[in-house]
Write a protein that binds this ligand. Structure first.
Ligand code: ZN
Ligand code: ZN
Ligand code: FE
Length: 755
């Protein structure tokens, strides 16, 4: 019997470059006993394989099962070609112009192999803070241009020494073509300086850094996607000093802890939170903090969640391997400005805030903040999708034209699409200052360059004052304005592969409405083409506009005034406030835009119930109001229904506030008021969804908008809708907040061009 030998050519697409893919193919083919070659081409990685059909089949199967951890295979095309009777399997070097025009890996946390070497005294990279391999290390943040090759990364300043070069050239080595490969002889270095940038000569900068932190100093530490500000998390005075320096009164600080064991001492970790913490993305996980830990009490005052991450670079591992096992690690910036990345820039911007700097000389081309996730409704969900995730694409159901979506204003993320892939940028932040705006512009240029995409259409928010809208209007490319909450709806639909119209419950802070008022408490029926506003909260004046968002007592007063007119009851929560001028603003309609926002309703109810009158960070009043509820929501609720037979379909504010006030006057506790309000919203939302289902026959509900970061509301509503036999969809890939709207803008833009 003759064994038939065939030769196949495979074209593999996906994240297959800079992730150890060719050495993997090489090892696999040799292991199975196939001959042939692997090389990069412009349309993917090409593999030619020659051998028996049985062996070829085994290759295909193991290709799927054993692919390197950082790779994502999106397609494998296979065709038969004439045999060539090679004697071995080879890797063919790539030529300059034959790079894979495909996907770029995100930055990846240190792998276990490298970690073992880092702490192995016999290894030549023992305690070398830039150890990495093809399975880990920097990627997106060090890329200046494509192809992803060392001369086009910030590693170009570090010619490989002979030993590193031989690893880099050896297909059997874990560091084969690892672009950031380096060692103490040839690679980047760290050094310590005082606050003016004057070098501190010390043979052991990392050990010295640890001891400076132990003494209560603030250090700016250069990392992977930018600088962090670090202090000892157990030192209350140091944490307070950092709060003053950073202009951050109460917003919780993120922590970096030595390992999962230490993390468990600080927070109650669920299994999927442990998976997230130890993942290659290594995000900050907001988990339930334990009581009576050794942490300084001012880490997360008044908040029952603790932001924890594990060390993700070798430098972090070294910093936490000494006497300190928990550090505050917060983005190095003042307030909401972009994170600092450049050494000179750091001295300029940070020297007044810090005591010392720990610098290194591997440049960061693209800043990238730490990502933030949490568990809600039994799923890990992103709050901020950035380092570790960007620029890994979201895959759509079908191919479409190339769209640039510029997002909104707060928590801005931009998106660029090609075919069925949507590349979301890292977190850019609030587009409220020049630095953020520059970062926004630079990120768009960078994404266009490294993915080689020229968009056919630029999609922006309808809000005329957003800097992202203004930027879009200055472009030569055709533009499309998309309503904010339609984008939220389409975003949720896109990541869940939904195309047919759904009921959208979009509960949000602020978004410019199609009618020129501010929306944010919306029931929409729609898809990625169009939408209809079916029901919403009655619009209320917001005295002072954004000033009322920072001082929710104004919003509370406005809602109270609406419900009771001039005879509104004197509530203890509004005592001592300058009420008259606010009422005048409302009466004379001076700077009092109308809003249907659910976020503002939360503010109003929280304040009137005795909650916070002024806030120090976004949604603080609503968050604290929710956290007054320790256990269950109870059974007390009122149905606030929109009247869908009525042409207006408005959920009236007056009955809500009247109900609330009677409970306040009955001296109900704030806990009770909070659970009554949460449960009432849940029941009202599901009742409205049910009315819409009866009217339209649609059984699918999409939940989106920033208010769904309220865990009790989200989980309660999810359970209620499932009990009512709805199919419910929510966000697990992009944030439910405005960090997710660029994805929705992309699919709406694609559909617009298809029409
Ligand atoms: Zn590694
Ligand atoms: Zn070297
Ligand atoms: Fe929004």
């Amino acid at each position: 019997m003759t064994k038939s030998i065939t030769r196949h050519r495979l074209t593999i697409n996906g994240i297959v470059q800079g992730v150890g893919f060719r050495p993997f193919i090489y090892a696999l083919a040799r292991n199975i006993g196939l001959t042939g070659e692997v090389y990069n081409a412009s349309d993917g990685v090409k593999v030619e394989l020659e051998g028996s059909l049985q062996n070829l089949e085994e290759f295909h199967e193991r290709l799927r099962l054993e692919a390197p951890p950082l790779s994502t295979i999106t397609s494998v095309e296979s065709s038969e070609i004439p045999t060539r009777t090679d004697t071995e399997f080879r890797i063919i070097a790539s030529h300059d112009n034959t790079s894979v025009s495909t996907l770029i890996s995100p930055d990846v946390a240190l792998c276990q192999d490298c970690k073992n070497e880092l702490f192995d005294p016999t290894n030549r990279r023992f305690r070398y803070p830039f150890i990495n391999c093809t399975n880990c290390g920097p990627r997106y943040t060090i890329i200046e241009n494509i192809p992803y090759d060392r001369p086009f990364t910030s590693m170009k300043h570090f010619p490989l020494c002979e030993t590193c070069k031989s690893e880099y050239d050896d297909p059997a080595d874990r560091r084969f073509h690892a672009q950031p490969n380096a060692c103490v002889q040839c690679g980047p270095k760290v050094w310590l300086t005082d606050q003016q940038g004057g070098p501190i000569e010390d043979g052991h900068p990392i050990e010295k850094t640890i001891s400076l932190l132990s003494q209560g100093n603030i250090l700016a530490i250069k990392g992977l996607g930018g600088f962090h500000l670090a202090v000892d998390a157990k030192n209350e005075a140091a944490v307070q000093k950092l709060r003053q320096a950073k202009g951050r009164d109460e917003k919780p600080f993120a922590l970096m802890v030595r390992d999962i064991k230490i993390a468990r001492n600080l927070a109650t970790l669920k299994p999927d939170e442990v998976v997230a913490l130890t993942s290659i993305q290594s995000p900050i996980v907001l988990s339930k903090s334990k009581m009576n830990t050794s942490l300084a009490p001012n880490i997360a005052p008044g908040n029952d969640r603790l932001g924890i991450m594990l060390p993700y670079t070798p430098l972090h591992h070294l910093l936490l391997s000494g006497e300190l096992d928990v550090l505050v690690m917060t983005s190095a910036n003042y307030s909401e400005e972009p994170i600092c990345i450049d050494n000179d820039e750091a001295i300029e911007r940070l020297s007044s805030m810090v005591d010392y700097f720990l610098f290194h000389n591997r440049d960061i081309y693209l800043r990238s903040d730490d990502s933030v996730v949490w568990e809600m409704g039994e799923c890990i969900r992103p709050i901020r999708r950035s380092r570790g995730y960007a620029p890994r694409p979201i895959f759509l159901k079908q191919k479409g034209p190339s769209i640039l979506a510029v997002g909104g204003e707060l928590k801005n993320i931009v998106a660029l699409s090609k075919d069925e892939k949507v590349f979301l940028s890292q977190h850019i932040g609030d587009l409220e200052n020049l630095e953020a705006y520059e970062f926004f512009r630079m990120t768009i240029e960078h994404l266009k360059r490294i993915f080689e995409i020229e968009p056919d259409l630029v999609v922006h928010d309808l809000h005329p004052e957003y800097l992202s809208t203004k930027w879009a209007k200055d472009q030569a490319t055709p533009i499309l304005g998309v309503q904010h909450h339609h984008a939220h709806l389409a975003s949720c639909m896109a990541e869940n592969n939904l195309e047919e119209p759904v009921i959208g419950i979009i509960m949000d802070g602020t978004g410019f409405g199609s009618d020129g008022t501010i929306w944010g408490g919306e029931f929409l029926i729609g898809d990625a083409f169009k939408f209809e506003r079916k029901a919403y909260f009655e619009p209320m004046p917001l005295p002072g506009g954004s000033a009322a968002i920072k001082a929710p007592w104004r919003t509370g007063l406005s809602y109270l005034y609406h419900a009771f007119g001039n005879d509104f009851p004197e509530l203890p929560s509004l005592q001592g406030r300058q009420i008259k001028p606010i009422l005048q603003m409302i009466d004379q309609q001076i700077n009092s835009p109308l809003t249907s926002s659910c976020g503002r309703l939360f503010d109003a109810v929280a304040v009137l119930s005795g909650g916070r009158k002024e806030i120090r960070y976004e949604a603080q009043a609503a968050i604290e109001f929710m956290q007054t509820i320790r256990n269950e929501l109870g059974t007390d609720f009122t149905l606030f229904k929109s009247n869908l037979v009525d042409t207006y379909r408005i959920i009236r504010i007056k009955p809500i506030i009247e109900n609330l006030v009677s409970r306040i006057l009955d001296s109900n506790s704030i806990q009770h008021l909070s659970s009554w309000f949460h449960l009432s919203l849940i029941k009202s939302f599901s009742a409205t969804a049910d009315q819409l289902r009866q009217e339209t026959g649609i059984n699918k509900v999409a939940l989106s908008g920033g208010v769904f970061q309220n865990q009790l509301l989200f989980e309660g509503l999810l359970a209620e809708l499932l009990r009512d036999n709805f199919q419910v969809y929510s966000h697990t890939q992009v944030p439910t907040n405005d960090g997710g709207i660029a994805l929705g803008q992309v699919v709406i833009g694609q559909n617009y061009l298809r029409k």
